[in-house]
Design a protein around this ligand. Structure first.
Ligand code: ES4
Ligand code: ZN
Length: 330
């Protein structure tokens, strides 16, 4: 049996968490009612029953539809507040939270509404509970680079107001057919602005997309990256440069990236010396928060206490906080 108490007791950082993917069916229902949005489901159970995915796109279709209930600053606050409570329950001390402004601005929601709601919850949790966090603005790769550029421009005036939280940009959504190179220009500008860079790569896409994320976008961490194992030269680079992978095991299982967690390569990559971390991705859709991911891996692989300690340490090592903060956690 998995070392549940040991996992719960491990202080950890979460580095791959889409805030829109933490929207639980109960809140989706409540916000739909509050905002007079009609959902194509008549119960919370019906929503959960619909969460059976065959690949990334089959998930994204429901994820974007669900996000339509998020409309006001209070909605984004409530969503973030609920995530923080779950994270604190899992002994997460620090979270770097992805958000997808384009999912909301495309529906006429102002980007300031999105920033303000998320940030109010994060600052309140910092001040009242000592919960540390950052915000990573993600561009949707199924949209054009021009659209990403307009999004970055619309966020620019918010840089000072959110300097305590917003320190990075990322790339998510439909990977296949949307290689990193498509966004080289917007990431060059973001990097010149002093923002940290991450990108989803090697989830469904080939190792070439991981090379592209590193060399064309300047990614400092790779989100997922599980297909790196297919390319020995890439593995060598990830190990030599200690480029972190934010792996999301239950996500990989639910999206059929792997058939069974016993076949997942997380433990092999950890043993090879890759800086692997465990994360929840979209916990409401994939059936578990970060500790559920740790427990499922500990049962399937299995992981030793030393592996679990390494994974937790890696999460702090890979975080985008100042060295003094990082050293205090390690
Ligand atoms: C995502 Cl699992 C995953 N992959 C790519 N983009 C995403 N957005 C939210 N979850
Ligand atoms: Zn993700």
């Amino acid at each position: 049996a998995a070392d549940r108490a040991f996992i719960l007791g491990l202080p950890k950082a979460e580095l791959h968490l889409h805030i829109e993917g933490s929207l639980e069916p109960e809140m989706m229902f409540a916000l739909a009612r509050r905002n007079q949005v009609t959902l194509p489901y008549d119960s919370v159970e019906a929503i959960r029953a619909a969460y059976q995915f065959t690949d990334l796109q089959s998930f994204l279709d429901l994820y974007y539809a669900g996000a339509a209930v998020l409309q006001t600053e209070q909605d984004f606050y409530d969503l973030t507040r609920a995530y923080i409570d779950r994270a604190i329950a899992d002994n997460v001390l620090h979270a770097e939270i992805f958000f997808d402004p384009q999912t909301h601005t495309a529906r006429g929601i102002a980007i300031t509404t999105v920033f303000a709601g998320i940030a109010r919850a994060l600052r309140e949790a910092r001040d009242q509970q000592g919960f540390s966090s950052r915000m990573i603005l993600c561009f949707l790769r199924h949209l054009s680079e021009d659209d990403a550029m307009s999004t970055l421009e619309s966020a620019l005036p918010l840089r000072e107001d959110y300097a305590d939280l917003w320190n990075g940009v990322g790339l998510d959504s439909s990977e296949l057919g949307n290689p990193p190179e498509k966004f080289a220009h917007v990431f060059t500008i973001a990097q010149a602005m002093g923002l940290h860079i991450v990108a989803h790569a090697g989830e469904e896409g080939p190792p070439a997309y991981i090379w592209g994320a590193l060399d064309e976008l300047g990614a400092e961490r790779i989100d997922h990256g599980v297909r790196a194992e297919e390319d020995p030269a890439l593995m060598e680079r990830l190990i030599k440069e200690q480029i972190p992978l934010t792996v999301c095991p239950l996500s990989n299982l639910k999206l059929c990236v792997v058939k069974d967690l016993r076949q997942h390569n997380l433990k092999r990559m950890l043993d090879a010396g890759v800086c692997v971390t465990i994360n929840a991705d979209d916990p409401s859709y994939f059936g578990g928060y970060v500790n559920d991911n740790f427990i499922a891996c500990a049962e399937a692989m299995p992981l030793t206490r030393s592996d679990l300690l390494q994974l937790a340490a890696n999460s702090f090592r890979a975080s985008f906080v100042d060295d003094s903060q990082r050293d205090a956690w390690l």
